[in-house]
Design a protein around this ligand. Structure first.
Ligand code: NAG
Ligand code: ZN
Length: 331
């Protein structure tokens, strides 16, 4: 019975998209630890939540929203389909890869602009913050920065005897083996462990480099750097010997052992960057509101001028569209 229940619960997992609920909540708890008190107060006000999980509670909202009719437009914002050639060549090119319906990078630019704008409704401001908390998590998941086989959604693999796709293993299965099922309590425990690694452990010497050069004055460049950083792991860790090599045996434990250090580091990075990002938005925009509002181009408030110039649809973009953004291919 226990085994049956376990399998049943696994069967429902693929509906958790992106880093799963666990990964996103962990990113959010890490960010909560590092934001300044002023940023925390501002974010709690925007979200109308002064609880100890104000960011963690909304970290997966964007995955629920994308599945609704009203939120369908946001489905492409969860990833960027880098049209590179893993495992021999990994790279992200914003103009080549973002696509005319937008991607994670243009979305981060748009919602960074919007959350700090000060003239949007409370609901639109909260929406922008909820999107940012989610997308700064998604962008550190290597397969959210990869077009190959629809971000690994079309690579069928077996993990602990259960056959699903490689993307789902990275989003959810492997994180849950490490940290348990997707409760906020488990996310907080995992976050605390990663915070300790940042403050005084494995990541202590690198954490500064995770945010070096990040600037809200050039979001596209900054977010492209984040995407490139994660995308590089597609060649070195996700499929160093190509996709077929992952289909010859169960991915647990050998592949899991090779991947989990990168998964943990990427979750830690996402949280550490998110805190710094929210602090920078607060300092650059929110804290200046007592001064006259900085004039922003009306068009920029919709974010469309962040998008790259339109290009003809590539085979990868056509494949993504054919797969549907939200049915079967959870990305
Ligand atoms: C910016 O955000 C608004 C509100 O969600 C959305 O309507 C618009 O399409 C977004 N623009 C881009 C370029 O993503
Ligand atoms: Zn997502």
């Amino acid at each position: 019975m226990a085994t049956k229940l376990f399998i049943l619960s696994l069967a429902t997992l693929p509906s958790a998209q992106a880093w799963g609920v666990l990964g996103h909540a962990t990113v959010a708890y890490i960010a909560q630890n590092y934001v300044s008190p002023a940023t925390a107060t501002w974010a709690q006000g925007v979200l109308g939540d002064t609880s100890t999980s104000y960011l963690a509670s909304i970290a997966s909202w964007a995955d629920t929203y994308r599945a609704t009719t009203a939120g369908k437009f946001s489905a492409p914002f969860h990833f960027i389909d880098a049209e590179d050639s893993p495992p021999t060549s990994c790279n992200v090119d914003y103009a080549r890869d973002c696509g005319s319906t937008g991607c994670s990078i243009s979305a981060i630019a748009n919602y960074t602009q919007r959350v700090g704008d000060g003239r949007l409704s409370a609901a639109n401001t909260a929406e922008a913050l909820k999107f940012l908390v989610h997308f700064l998590g998604d962008i550190t998941q290597p397969l959210h920065d990869e077009a190959y086989e629809v971000g690994g959604n079309d690579i069928s693999v077996t993990f602990q005897g259960y056959t699903d796709n490689l993307h789902a293993d990275w989003d959810t299965y492997m994180p849950e083996v490490k940290a348990g099922t997707s409760s906020l309590a488990n996310a907080q425990i995992w976050a605390n462990a990663l915070i300790a690694e940042i403050d005084s452990g494995t990541y202590k010497s690198q954490a500064a480099s995770w945010i070096a050069g990040d600037t809200v004055d050039d979001v596209v460049t900054t977010a492209t750097k984040w995407a490139s950083d994660a995308n590089a792991y597609v060649c070195t860790v996700v499929m160093p010997d190509g996709a077929a090599a992952l289909q010859t045996a169960d991915l647990y434990p050998t592949y899991y052992d090779s991947a989990i250090p990168t998964i943990e580091m990427q979750i830690a990075k996402g949280g550490y960057r998110l805190a710094n990002w929210l602090d920078m938005i607060y300092t650059a925009s929110v804290a200046k509101r007592s001064l006259p509002i900085r004039e922003t181009l009306e068009s920029r408030r919709d974010g469309y001028d962040f998008l790259p110039a339109p290009r003809p649809m590539s085979p990868a973009k056509l494949a993504r569209e054919a797969a549907g953004y939200d049915c079967g291919h959870k990305h």
